[in-house]
Design a protein around this ligand. Structure first.
Ligand SMILES: Nc1ncnc2c1ncn2[C@@H]1O[C@H](COP(=O)(O)OP(=O)(O)OP(=O)(O)O)[C@@H](O)[C@H]1O
Ligand SMILES: [Mg+2]
Length: 479
């Protein structure tokens, strides 16, 4: 464990690479961070932790030049600076890998690495694709990853997209790298590979800010840890002076044993059964049963077929063979609509792109799944060309955004249970891709996950004087 300022080479830096002093940032009436201090020394890993909405991403976006602070200052190398864009931060040696990756899915790996940067040109002035791909390969090799620089990013796994984002951040000569939840979609093996990259970076004197909810890895790689709570700085300490229990207490303001309470559940009859489900090239002969009141975890490495299996049960990519039984009756699920009619719901892995309509408010996102039941809701407003009410969903913290599709699903389920009585006594079951994820989002075994859907069906009550107009500033309802 190194002390701040003590480099790998044993020397000592005189000033931190960057320092935030008394920083406050407000969004309208929301105080995202208030009077926060934070610094990063060359060659250290400084973890930034806190609950969802604590202000971690906002604080680092200030360092990255995305936001200016309302109060307080940022110093780089002992000098006060004021960045007006991430490009200016990059020129000063600061790179950020954001929580929501900002890659261009339709472009290749190599093109992504050069977006917004000077690209190599041939002597005739056109883009030098070979040089770009060569440079991209060098960057990827330096990270020790075997990725084809010509692959289109949207075809890569979440883990490989994360690696492209890291490679992109390192194309400039970064002296400080901010990683915002880099391992949230990585397997343990891929996370260890990332830790190897971090070790190499710090050995070269690069400082790393590491934001993560995975506390065990925070202790594994950090030299210092800073805790934020409700936008306030709570503690900065050497990682060796803290343990998980103390860290959780600092993060949430109460001891660990008061945090997680597990309610006893006794699973009932079989709600969903899958027998020998197969989809060529994706998964083969999968069988399981899910009982009422039960959480069933589906574990496996990235690429093992968990998402494909879930999407198959939900009718997005129907299986080639096998059976699905709901309440003991065989059902044919050929579409998400059909799955929901049978009482099967799904919250997608890519919640921002598949589970939310980002320009819409939280309220309207949640009610999208019950449009038929809600005259005057989001789609009615969309059809009438009027903007949705309420704050845009995109202003929420990363973790909180993830909970909205779940709420939308629960809205549909509660509508069904109260109107159609298909769900006796709230006895839903939950099949989670990640049991830990389900528990961390506060799901109880009685909860049921679903996938929000957007129904096209127009209701007479939705009509408005403008609803017949074809053009609309807002997306029209379609999947
Ligand atoms: N652009 C924005 N407009 C309005 N409010 C915002 C905006 N960005 C963040 N906030 C609010 O500021 C607070 C801090 O958000 P931030 O994203 O920094 O939290 P976080 O610690 O990164 O959370 P998470 O762990 O969920 O990613 C939250 O209340 C959030 O809703
Ligand atoms: Mg965040």
């Amino acid at each position: 464990m190194r002390e701040p300022g003590e480099t790998h080479a044993g020397g000592a830096a005189a000033v931190p690479f960057f320092r935030l002093d008394g920083v406050t940032k407000r969004f309208g009436g929301v105080i995202a961070v208030e009077d926060v201090v934070f610094d990063l020394w060359p060659g250290e890993v400084h973890a930034l932790v806190g609950e969802n909405g604590a202000g971690k991403s906002t604080l680092m976006k200030i360092v990255d030049g995305l936001y200016g602070p309302d109060e307080g200052m940022l110093e780089v190398g002992g000098e006060a600076v004021s960045f007006s864009s991430p490009r200016e931060a990059e020129a000063a040696g600061i790179a950020m890998i954001p929580q929501e990756l900002d890659l261009f899915p339709e472009l290749s790996v190599a093109e992504n690495l050069f977006v917004g940067r000077k690209r190599p040109r041939t002597r005739w002035g056109s883009l030098d694709w070979e040089a770009m791909q060569g440079e991209a390969r060098t960057r990827l090799d330096a990270l020790g990853v075997d990725l084809d620089a010509t692959s289109t990013v949207k075809r890569l796994s979440a883990a490989n997209q994360q690696i492209v984002a890291i490679a992109r951040a390192l194309v400039g000569e970064a002296r400080a790298v901010i990683m915002d939840e880099p391992t949230s979609s990585l397997t343990e093996r891929e996370a260890s590979q990332l830790f190897g990259i971090i070790e190499d970076l710090t050995a070269e004197g690069v400082g790393v800010v590491y934001i993560s909810h995975r506390l065990e890895e925070v202790f594994e790689i950090s030299d210092r840890i800073t805790v934020l709570r409700d936008g306030h700085h709570i503690e900065t300490a050497s990682a060796s002076d803290l343990d998980v229990e103390e860290l959780v207490r600092l993060m949430v303001g109460r001891p660990l044993h008061e945090l997680f309470t597990r309610s006893a559940s006794s699973p009932g009859e079989v709600a969903l059964e899958v027998r020998g489900l197969t989809r060529d090239g994706e998964f083969e002969d999968v069988s399981f049963t899910l009982r009422r009141g039960e959480i069933l975890g589906l574990a496996g490495l990235v690429g093992a077929g968990r998402t494909e299996l879930a999407q198959s049960v939900f009718g997005i990519r129907p299986a080639d063979s096998g059976e699905i039984l709901v309440g003991g009756q065989e059902v044919r699920v050929r579409s998400p609509q059909g799955a929901m009619e049978k009482g099967i719901f799904y919250v997608p892995e890519e919640r921002r792109s598949q589970g939310l309509v980002l320009p819409f408010s939280i309220k309207n996102n949640i009610t999208l799944s019950i449009l038929e039941a809600s005259p005057g809701s989001a789609s009615c407003r969309a059809r009438s060309g009027r903007p949705p009410r309420g704050s845009p969903k995109s202003s929420r913290s990363g973790g909180r955004s993830s909970q909205i599709p779940l709420a939308g699903s629960l809205a549909e389920i509660s509508r069904r249970s109260s109107w159609q009585r298909r769900w006796p006594a709230n006895q839903g079951s939950c099949c989670s891709m990640s049991p830990r994820g389900a528990l961390m989002s506060g799901l109880s075994p009685r909860s049921t996950v679903s996938w929000m859907t957007w129904r096209r069906k127009a209701r007479p009550s939705c009509s408005s004087p403008r609803s017949s107009k074809k053009s609309s500033r807002w997306p029209t309802a379609s999947w």
